[in-house]
Structure formats: structure tokens, C-alpha cells
Design a protein around this ligand. Structure first.
Ligand code: AHR
Length: 321
């Protein structure tokens, strides 16, 4: 090879190396929590289709609700040299060490649907989440309006202990309770975001509250726990949605079925499409160095029986919930 040709070849290699990665070349590792709820199943399924739309290779690791599995998955993604890591953090604390490792390996991390403690803010590129304090407040405001000043004892089914969304949904709801002396949270316990646990905890609330007679409303941090609670109320001879009001979060198809049947009253929607905006952010970051905002906020919309629940059920039921 002549020195001119060698120079040209070297220049070509240099240009190729500095070219931004195209979507087709991107591989993203996603550490998913598990499949505790219909919402999470839909998030996994929507993430796959959003990645396929953009021709991004998405590797999903299911952590089966365990933070230690998520940490292992992140380390494995780092070892594989993925272009980015998506993390749905099961709890908010304990991420600093592993996220520092990702940062040292120059792999950007995007949080999906849950947040981590403020100490870790420097360790991820952006977070695609709803405002979960606001979700709790929307649920509380709906209840305050529904009972219109009447005394109302509320039982609360909390999400996973230590999860940002559980802490925040409680905080948001409590802020409305603090402004409405007629609302009182008389019992509050975790149902771990699952139907089975939601049912079990609701059974114990009913027993402790005179067969449910002293309960005016149930607030659940997700719809799956509410679906379990509805079952518990029916088995106790109560009429959910009438004897006891319900308000929960996610907007999964089954809650619309319950609203259509008059067995549930309200839900606050959480979109399962967290990966779409996250992929767009990563692609722009990789291609042009565009730094996304630290928080990409998704919408929180309230639905009730006034919103044609049967139609919403029909439109959502094929979406992987
Ligand atoms: O982080 C989002 C929450 O996690 C959803 O509301 C709940 O269903 C899921 O398990």
C-alpha cells in the first residue's frame, strides 16, 4: 500500500470510529423488576415492541423482584459492553456502587418508571417516570370530591416497601387527607403490588373493621391489588364500588372491567410506554450527544365510570397487560 493509500485508509477508519452509532447497532440491556402486576407485564411487552420499531436490540433480564438480581444483571450488561442500560429499580436505595461501575464503563443508564435516592442523581442520564406524588394526590382529590365532606374511613394498600412509587403515592394521598378533616386513613399495609397480597391484606382489613362496615373507601397503590381487594370484598358479602368506594393507580384493563360492572370507581393512568421516550433519548444522545432533561415526565390521567370503561377495556386488553 502506498503511503497516500495508507493515509486515506487510516482517515477512513478514524471517521468510521467517530461516526455515531445507528439505531440498528444499538444494544440496550433492561433490568426489569419482574412481573408482579398487569402493568409491569404490559411495560415489558411495550418495551419489546418500541425497541423493535427502532431496530434496537433489547436484552431483558427479569429480576424476580430482587434487587440483588438487578445488580447482577447490570454487572453482566457492563461486561457485555451494551450501549445503554435501562433500570426499573425495585427499591430506591442501594444503587450507588453498581451505577458508579456503569458510569466508569461510560454506559449511560436510564431509569424507567421508578426513581432512586437523590444521592444517585449524578449516576444516571435521565429518568422516564410519572409524578407519583401527584398520582396519589389525584386519587385523594377524587375521593374528597366523591364523599363531598362526609366522614370517610380509608384503608390503604401500599406498594412494595422501599419503592419510590409506594413512598410517593402515599405522600400524595396523605397531602389531600391533611387538607380534608373528614378523610381518615385507618389502616395501611403493603400488598406488594400483587393481586394475591392485595386480597389477603384486604381480608384482614375487613375482619378488623367489623366485617367492612366501618370502611368507606379503599385506596390501592396499583390496580392489581385493588382487583384482589374487590374479590375479598365480594367474598365478604360487600358490594365494592357501592358499599366501599375504590380508587387505585395504573389503568389496567381489568380495573376498567370492574368499573364497567360498577365494582370499582376510579383509576389514575400510568402509561406502560416508558421505553419509547427512553430509547429516543438514548438514540439522540448516542448519535448527536444530545443530553436529555434529567426527568422525562409521563402523564397521569384520572378515569371513572364517566369515561366509557368498556370501550377502554376493549382498547387495552390486547396490549400485554
Ligand atoms: O413502578 C410502577 C408500578 O410498579 C406500577 O404502578 C405497579 O403496578 C408496578 O408494579
Amino acid at each position: 500500500m502506498t503511503s497516500k493509500a495508507l493515509l486515506a485508509a487510516t482517515a477512513l477508519v478514524a471517521i468510521t470510529l467517530s461516526l455515531p452509532a445507528t439505531a440498528a447497532e444499538l444494544t440496550v440491556g433492561f433490568s426489569q423488576i419482574g412481573s408482579e402486576s398487569g402493568w409491569r407485564a404490559a411495560e415489558t411487552s411495550v418495551s419489546k415492541s418500541e425497541a423493535a420499531k427502532r431496530k434496537v436490540t433489547l436484552k431483558i433480564a427479569d429480576a424476580q423482584q430482587k434487587q440483588e438480581n438487578q445488580i447482577k444483571a447490570i454487572r453482566s450488561f457492563i461486561a457485555q459492553g451494551v450501549d445503554a442500560i435501562f433500570l426499573a429499580p425495585v427499591v430506591s436505595s442501594g444503587w450507588d456502587a453498581v451505577l458508579k461501575e456503569a458510569k466508569e464503563a461510560k454506559i449511560p443508564v436510564v431509569l424507567l418508571d421508578r426513581d432512586i435516592d437523590p444521592s444517585g442523581k449524578e449516576l444516571y442520564l435521565t429518568a422516564v417516570t410519572s409524578d407519583s406524588v401527584h398520582e396519589g394526590a389525584v386519587a385523594g382529590e377524587w375521593l374528597a370530591k366523591a364523599v363531598a365532606g362526609k366522614a370517610c374511613n380509608v384503608v390503604e394498600l401500599q406498594g412494595t416497601v422501599g419503592a419510590s412509587v409506594a413512598t410517593n403515592r402515599k405522600k400524595g394521598f396523605d397531602s389531600v387527607v391533611a387538607k380534608n378533616a373528614n378523610l381518615k386513613v385507618v389502616r395501611s399495609q403493603t400488598g406488594d403490588f400483587t393481586r394475591a397480597k392485595g386480597k389477603e391484606v384486604m381480608e384482614s382489613f375487613i375482619k378488623a373493621e367489623g366485617g367492612g362496615k366501618t370502611i368507606c373507601a379503599v385506596y390501592a397503590h396499583n390496580d392489581d391489588m385493588m382487583v384482589g381487594a374487590i374479590q375479598a370484598m365480594k367474598e365478604a358479602g360487600l358490594k365494592p364500588g357501592k358499599d366501599i368506594l375504590t380508587v387505585s393507580i395504573d389503568a389496567v384493563p381489568d380495573i376498567f372491567k370492574a368499573i364497567a360492572a360498577g365494582e370499582a370507581n376510579a383509576t389514575v393512568e400510568l402509561t406502560p410506554n416508558m421505553a419509547g421516550p427512553a430509547l429516543d433519548a438514548i438514540m439522540a444522545y448516542k448519535a448527536k450527544g444530545t443530553v436529555p432533561p434529567k426527568w422525562i415526565q409521563t402523564e397521569s390521567k384520572l378515569y371513572t365510570a364517566a369515561d366509557d370503561p368498556q370501550k377502554i377495556y376493549d382498547s387495552k386488553k390486547g396490549l400485554g397487560y
